[in-house]
Design a binder for this molecule. Structure first.
Ligand code: ADP
Ligand code: MG
Length: 695
């Protein structure tokens, strides 16, 4: 069978089942994946110094040498540090290399090894090169390269080293690169000034100069950006088609009755945002609006007013949430608020029995039920509405771009209004790049009478006191969260720490209270089960990794203990803190930093409760790239592009994508086939989004 880009890497020479599995851990399954696994950095060793010359280099000067290892050894120093040393030889002479504190290198660098080493020359019992970077180029049979080189450094994994990966590419690039074809229209490449794909991949993997590597990356970045912009432009196009907008009229029926029965007064921010939303909904053009508001700012009730405006105009309204538990929570909240009006919201989630789901679908299709709350279940093909007038997407960043747009597709004939909710404020510049002409309303005020959240920093020695405090809150009937950071769910150690913590708390600290544990390794059902017990106050203390940060509302929880807060971003800490202070009682957020953590930063956080201000601090700390990388703004993780560096490419991509969608809304042109294939590969349900719309 001929090798293609879709072939499994397993069919490559030197890659068996075992290797293929290891590559799988790096996200590499196909030949295409392999080619896109480009180095994350490079070692510039283009200028190799002959060994004899390196020996006489001034102390402290950086040199790069390539030579054969002729002997090795480990020697102790007076201070008890063990130094690995070896002698390197090339045709001009010999030089000693030394690695203080790295005796274990003895196992890796052995006699006969061909080594590239780069670092300063120092004085240590004579002249010695102390490598900062070194690369094992090969064994006895490896020939020294005729000149220096740029050495690619690949992301590796346990059992598959950087060197093995480099070998793999050396062995196969020659055969694999010719399989690659350009996918983007020539005009797009010209507009952005990037090189063709095959050339870009060659440059990224095998750059002759370091500048070439960057040129290769930029090509991949541009493709990534332009594909994303196409999907966004399409989503916008669908949302905005003006011919299809529904023009709602203010009837003062259900909306007025909700206002009468509301157990609280709307904040002025809520009133302002609502006004903006009503103005959109009563205009002939479709609404496409983002409602941004800090945690607890009361987005749900604002959305409910909008939903009722649709309903009193004879339409239906749907609200989609990212998890079942959030959907249930919204259904319960809406149910309470709507009870005096005699409206009962439907709840459509995956775990319902098939018969129940079918009955709900029937009521939605028949127009019997005006309001539905649900999860992804709402965008399944078999769900149809009688007349959907408003699509609300809560925690919108948790959905893919395509998924967000699909809810609005449930009324193709008229095109419902779209309201996106988000608790993550993002800076205006970035919002523009990501959402284009999306309108934004900001809820920048918290409802009054909310219990305050006091934030305190406590040191390890006060741990017993913190536990006593939790105990006293529990005695008063309250509940507590204890958050433990798990940076990467694949990090077994971190996860162990969180479960060990839960165990310890249950057995030794709070034997009289029920302690629960949720973490990202649990599946959605398991996680929801624990969360339900917490909400029902059966679990009193919830130990959690950051999986709780999204939208959960348990007003009875008044304590949030965060272990190792230094490991979280400020915006993330703010989300976590927002889980308490949701009832009338005063709440507490207790930060317990580890040794050496930067307390200043935590103090700044403790001093403010303003989410927008914290978002700015967070951005200053982490920069755009990280912010987007953390998937906080609802766009897929970018692998090659970086908003900081590639702003120019983003502009071009944005413009090209808009023009393309404007002239060919389904991108049906033959020349764009390869582009569509790529969209299908990269975006979940991406192709569905581009399907032609009847009518
Ligand atoms: P979020 O913006 O985080 O989604 P919610 O919509 O869940 O916030 O609202 C948080 C809590 O505040 C809910 O219990 C809600 O009923 C309550 N709430 C909303 N608006 C007001 C208000 N104007 N006055 C008092 N409480 C309010
Ligand atoms: Mg919410």
């Amino acid at each position: 069978m001929a090798l293609t880009l879709d072939s499994s890497v397993q069919f490559l020479k030197g890659v068996g089942q075992h290797r293929a599995e290891l590559l799988g851990r790096l996200g590499i399954a196909s030949v295409r994946d392999l080619l896109h696994h480009i180095p994350f950095r490079y070692l510039d060793a283009t200028t190799v110094t002959p060994v004899a010359q390196a020996r006489s280099a001034p102390t402290g000067a950086d040199v790069t040498v390539v030579g054969r290892v002729v002997s090795t050894g480990v020697i102790p120093t007076r201070r008890g540090l063990r130094v690995f040393q070896c002698i390197l030889r090339d045709e001009t002479g010999m030089i000693e290399c030394g690695w203080p504190g790295r005796p274990f290198l003895e196992r890796q660098i052995t006699k006969g090894t061909l080594l590239l080493a780069s670092g300063p020359v120092r004085h240590f019992h004579g002249r010695q090169l102390q490598p900062r970077e070194w690369i094992i180029l090969g064994g006895e049979d490896e020939q020294a390269p005729s000149r220096g080189m740029v050495l690619p450094v690949y992301r590796a994994t346990e059992g598959l080293t950087v060197r093995q990966l480099r070998r793999l590419f050396e062995q196969h690039l020659g055969v694999l690169l010719p399989l690659v074809k350009e996918e983007l229209p020539a005009a797009w490449r010209e507009a952005s000034g990037v090189v063709a794909l095959p050339e870009a991949l060659r440059m990224a993997h095998r750059p002759a100069r370091i500048e070439e590597a960057e040129e290769g990356r930029r090509r991949l970045a541009f493709e990534e950006l332009v594909l994303l912009q196409l999907v966004l432009a399409r989503a916008r196009w669908l949302a905005k088609r003006s011919r299809a907008g529904i023009r709602f009229a203010v009837k003062r029926d259900l909306t007025s009755r909700l206002r009468e029965h509301l157990p609280f007064e709307l904040t002025s921010a809520q009133k302002r945002c609502l006004k903006e939303i009503v103005a959109d909904m009563t205009a002939p053009v479709r609404m496409h609006r983002l409602l941004q508001g800090d945690v607890g700012s009361g987005k749900t009730v604002v959305a409910l007013f909008a939903m009722l405006l649709a309903v009193e105009n004879g339409c239906q309204a749907a609200m989609m949430a990212p998890t079942e538990i959030l959907a249930e929570q919204h259904a319960a909240t809406l149910g309470r608020l709507l009870a005096p009006l005699g409206v009962v919201p439907e709840l459509l989630i995956g775990r319902l029995a098939a018969g129940e789901k079918a009955a709900i679908r029937e009521r939605l299709a028949g127009g019997v039920s005006p309001i539905v709350v649900g999860t992804h279940a709402l965008i399944q093909e078999d769900v149809a509405f009688h007349r959907l007038g408003l699509a609300v997407v809560d925690e919108q960043h948790r959905f893919g771009v395509a998924q967000r747009a699909l809810l609005a597709q449930k009324n193709v004939a008229e095109g419902p209004d779209v309201l996106l909710l988000s608790a993550t404020p993002i800076p205006r510049t970035l919002a523009l790049a990501i959402y284009g002409d999306l309108d934004v309303s900001r809820l920048d005020e918290l409802p009054p009478g909310r219990g305050r959240v006091r934030t305190a920093i406590r040191e390890g020695r006060s741990r017993a006191k913190v536990y006593d405090f939790i105990r006293s809150e529990a005695a008063a009937g309250r509940q507590a969260y204890v958050v433990y950071p798990v940076i990467d769910e694949t990090e077994k150690l971190d996860l162990k720490a969180a479960s060990a913590m839960a165990d310890l708390l249950q057995r030794e600290i709070f034997p009289e209270l029920a302690v629960g544990l949720v973490h990202g390794r649990l599946n959605a059902d398991q996680r929801d089960a624990v969360m339900r017990r917490f909400r029902a106050n059966e679990v009193r203390i919830l130990v959690a990794t950051t999986v709780i940060e999204v939208g959960i509302d348990v007003p009875n929880a008044t304590v949030m203990v965060i272990e190792h807060p230094e490991r979280f971003g400020l915006a993330q800490l703010h989300q976590l803190r927002g889980r308490v202070g949701r009832g009338a009682a005063e709440s507490h957020c207790i930060l317990m930093p580890g040794e050496g953590a930067n307390r200043e930063r935590l103090k700044r956080f403790a001093e403010t409760q303003d989410g927008f201000k914290i978002a700015e601090l967070d951005l200053a700390e982490r920069g755009y790239g990280e912010l987007v990388g953390a998937r906080q703004s609802g766009i897929p993780e970018l692998r090659f592009a970086d908003f900081g560096r590639d702003g120019d490419l983003l502009d071009v991509a944005h413009r090209l994508a808009r023009d393309a969608i404007a002239s060919d809304p389904t991108l049906g042109a033959r020349a764009l086939r390869p582009v569509m294939m790529e969209i299908g590969r990269r975006f979940e349900r991406g192709l569905e989004l581009f399907r032609a719309i009847p009518g």
